[in-house]
Design a protein. Structure first.
Length: 134
């Protein structure tokens, strides 16, 4: 069995604007610094013992053409000036031998802060329930 457990994770963000949704997504990936990689979407577990590193440090570790396992939140619209947000929340347990959660959230009509707070709340709820805390 192949053992692919991340030891380091980093957060990045990007924004892309174009009339074509695929092109706007490409622009967002460029803005995030990860357009030259092959992205594989995975579910939302923060591995035990993994370290959250800076964006700058993380971008130095990836090579063009490499496969990157990612968790991302994405929001798109063709309406000009539409208020929208996408965010990933993180909840790490105090005991680093346990796993944590990352949550993806996207919305219309919410600010960046509102979406970020909600994403953090979702991740915290998932972590709490996994630890038997309701």
């Amino acid at each position: 069995m192949l053992d692919l457990v991340a030891k380091k994770l980093f957060l990045t963000r990007g924004k892309g604007v174009h009339q074509d949704q695929l092109t706007s997504f490409e622009y967002a990936l460029r803005d995030a610094g990860i357009a030259g990689t092959n992205l594989v979407l995975i579910s939302s577990i923060f591995p035990p013992g993994a370290k959250l590193i800076s964006r700058a440090e993380g971008l130095k570790l990836i090579r063009p053409g490499s496969v990157q396992f990612v968790i991302y939140a994405k929001q798109q619209s063709n309406e000009p000036h539409r208020l929208m947000a996408a965010s990933v929340g993180i909840a790490e347990p105090m005991d680093k031998t346990k796993y944590g959660y990352l949550s993806e959230y996207h919305s219309f009509g919410e600010t960046e802060k509102e979406a970020g707070d909600y994403a953090e709340d979702i991740a915290a709820q998932m972590l709490a329930s996994s630890l038997g805390i309701e």
